[in-house]
Design a protein around this ligand. Structure first.
Ligand SMILES: Cc1cc2nc3c(=O)[nH]c(=O)nc-3n(C[C@H](O)[C@H](O)[C@H](O)COP(=O)(O)O)c2cc1C
Length: 175
């Protein structure tokens, strides 16, 4: 089984968090920069994936990542990922962008769900302070929000708890 952590990053924070997550998963995950992909079909070649995305483009209706993810978000629903486990991790700033906290997670969540993926890794909103986020789906974050701008001291704990949770949800595919 192969687990791939896909990431895209503008100022390096999402890349750093993706690397820390890979370490936490004990070296069982490959890291891949979305910039290096040639088409959305590249997502079909892995058994399970974690997709790490920052939010930029504040207030826009779509293409909120402002990274290479925006190139693929409209094509992902057209591929077939039937039953493949997919988790989303988002970087954002819950203080300066409290009305749009980690909005880009929801775009990837919806796109991969439309491709038939088995979406895992949702997180309770408790413990986060923000006004609004498109990434709250049915009362939970659709992935793991990380705030390296104003809550960097919470990142290790959030990543560790999520990694443990994913290992259960992905039922052995991470070990
Ligand atoms: C111009 C600008 C716009 C941003 N817009 C948002 C936003 O709408 N929502 C949010 O949660 N964070 C927003 N952020 C915060 C970034 O998502 C955050 O700094 C993130 O860690 C950047 O990740 P990266 O270094 O991987 O690109 C914004 C930051 C900047 C500088």
């Amino acid at each position: 089984m192969t687990l791939t952590i896909f990431y895209a990053s503008t100022t390096g924070k999402t890349e750093d968090v993706a690397q820390r997550l890979a370490t936490l998963l004990g070296g069982n995950a490959d890291l891949r920069d979305v910039d290096s992909l040639s088409s959305a079909e590249d997502f079909c070649g892995v058994d399970a994936m974690i997709c790490c995305v920052p939010t930029w483009n504040t207030g826009a209706d779509s293409l909120r990542s402002g990274t290479a993810w925006d190139t693929y978000v409209e094509d992902i629903p057209e591929i077939s990922l039937a039953g493949k486990p997919v988790a989303i991790l988002g970087l954002g700033d819950s203080s300066s962008y409290s009305d749009y906290f980690c909005d880009a997670m929801e775009e990837l969540y919806s796109a991969f769900q439309a491709a038939g993926a088995r979406m895992v890794g949702s997180v309770p909103i408790d413990g986060y302070t923000f006004n609004a986020s498109k990434s709250v789906v049915n009362g939970r974050f659709c992935g793991l929000p990380i705030d390296e701008d104003t809550e960097p001291d919470l990142t290790d704990e959030r990543l560790s708890a999520w990694a443990r949770h994913l290992q259960q949800e992905m039922a052995g595919q991470l070990s």
